[in-house]
Design a protein around this ligand. Sequence first.
Ligand code: NAP
Length: 268
Amino acid sequence: MTAQVPGTTALITGATAGIGAEFARQLAEQGHHVVLVARDAERLRAAAHELENNYSITAEVLSADLTDDAGVAAVVERLSDPSRPVEILVNNAGTGLLKPFDQNSLDEERRHLRLHVQAPLELCHAALQGMLARGSGRIINVASVAAFANRGSYSAAKAWQVTFSRWANLAYAGNGVKVTAVCPGFTQTEFHDRMGMDKTVAPRWLWLHADRVVREGLADNERGRAVSIPTKRYKLVAAVSRALPARFTSGPPRRPVHEGSAGAGSAQ
Ligand code: NAP
């Protein structure tokens, strides 16, 4: 696959692990400079160092917690700097909640919503100003195949990303801006371990590798597609999920590691 314009800058949130780290690596491999965003400053510096060593690009780091106002404001400021334009925005940072909605504290649910919906909304708004003025840009929102199911507030948040991306891709295509929601299924990253989720609830054949998710996501975004669902098996899962009554798409159940009891949370 060829890069859009090598030498332009991509900002990736959640860029130190999993899918975000792979977006950073593939974009750097294509020749894009990168701005890496996450909370852990030491890990950010290590990731930047590795990318600069492996590819002929520069890697900036921006330590920010996207569940708080100051963190989002710092990234908005970087995206709004006309002297250092960002041509590609990847809204990827995300975490899951193990328990069902009613058993999480309101604060946990608010931070979850903030990270998956409000932060991407604010970053898209900031990035679009420069992209529309320049007449070019690319935005990728990492959603989930859970957006097509009915799995708690995680599905609801990811459905927002899909609906928004579909609309924005149509609205801004004429201005040279492509917007894509990437919708992976279960992917081998730190996501489920951070939640303390027992990963055996999903059979092995369902697990994807981040390199494929990202490769297909970048290619679909370059083609101007609003939604990217990596692999045929997950395209089928998404199609079936959309067709089935809601009660059939609220599982499989999630349970914590080392416990046999089923939870009824959401993430994928
Ligand atoms: P991951 O391996 O756990 O990586 C998460 C990244 O986000 C890390 O770089 C983390 O770094 C950063 N992050 C977490 N909370 C943050 C915060 N409050 N502010 C800023 N950065 C934060 O997760 P992943 O699986 O790659 O997930 C990436 C995206 O894919 C998420 O949006 C997730 O919902 C989606 N997704 C994942 C799967 C899956 O099965 N893995 C499936 C579908 C969709 P710090 O901890 O240092 O901040």
